[in-house]
Design a protein around this ligand. Structure first.
Ligand code: FES
Length: 299
């Protein structure tokens, strides 16, 4: 018998927001849907978000989940947590936040919280019109666990976000290693590599915590290589999804000192308000995240 918290049991026996949100006819409101897992693997979650287009605010959230006690409770918790948030705020909800909301989950059930976070991401990227296989870093890394189709970047991310230290924990969070076991040695190597990178001062592709630390440590100066990498990361993760949702896009062309040269594409390139787009959506974001001295120019 699993040792569930009272909150998990409460949301399992009396789940909040179960069901779907049908397409709405209300003006200014749209429905976003994200789906992860598969019934064949034992868990599947379909998340529905009702979004106010102008404010990007989540007005309602509902779920349909096939799974165990903790899968139902995690899904229900997620829907409670995201109601009232903007999509950008919701993207910051981590699997750890979901588990914390529940007062904790048995470690062997942490994959249920990961499934919730992934469904949320999938719904928001679907809403923004970004193909999942183009935004999802998880699809870009080499496949590590063929039994469960888990890539290296997904394993790296869950290690970093949850401070995991051994392969058994990784199995509990994303199932990798829980089948034939032939990938366990690779998972051990990835854990070592991630932990080394997390303690190194350099910005790296996977070091979410390291990158965040650099962004928030105003007193630490970036090398030029770090600055360019961070600008690219902010553009890819925080700016481009917004522009793409509006039919535009932006590409980093060059960085000279504090001058960031970009190419506006699609609707942004021909839009009469492209200057405002540059100043507000791109320059302000880069000043906030990278350096207040940055100036963005279109080329
Ligand atoms: S390849 Fe990972 S468990 Fe089989």
């Amino acid at each position: 018998m699993w040792d569930y918290t009272d909150k998990v049991l409460e949301l399992f026996y009396n789940p909040q927001n179960q069901g779907e949100i049908a397409e709405v006819s209300e003006p200014g409101v749209k429905v976003a849907t994200g789906e992860v897992g598969s019934i064949a693997c034992g868990d599947a979650l379909r998340l529905h978000l009702k979004v106010e287009v102008e404010s990007d605010k989540i007005l309602d959230a509902r779920f349909q989940t096939f799974g165990c006690t903790s899968a139902i409770a995690s899904s229900s918790a997620l829907t409670e947590m995201v109601k009232g948030l903007t999509l950008d705020e919701a993207l910051k909800v981590s699997n750890k936040d979901i588990a914390d909301y529940l007062g904790g989950l048995p470690e062997a059930k942490m994959h249920c919280s990961v499934m919730g976070q992934e469904a949320l991401e999938a719904a928001i990227y679907n809403y923004r019109g970004i193909p999942l296989d183009s935004h999802d870093d998880d699809d870009e890394g080499a496949l590590v666990c063929s039994c469960f189709g888990i890539s290296e970047s997904k394993i790296r991310r869950v290690i970093l976000e949850n401070n995991l230290t051994d392969a058994e924990q990784v199995t509990n969070y994303v199932k990798a290693g829980g089948g034939c076991g032939s990938c366990l040695a690779n998972i051990d190597d990835i854990i070592k590599s991630v932990r080394q990178e997390a303690t190194a001062p350099d910005l790296n592709n996977y070091g979410v915590k390291v990158a965040t630390e650099i962004v928030t440590s105003k007193e630490r100066s970036l090398t030029n290589v770090q600055k360019i990498a961070l600008i690219q990361k902010v553009l890819d993760e925080e700016v481009r999804p917004v522009l793409i949702a509006d039919g535009g896009d932006v590409e980093l062309y060059d960085v000279e000192g504090d001058r960031v040269k970009v190419v506006l594409q699609g609707a942004c390139g021909s839009c009469s308000s492209s200057t405002a787009t540059l100043k507000i959506a791109i320059e302000a974001r880069l000043q906030d995240r990278v350096s207040k001295n940055l100036v963005v120019e279109a080329v």
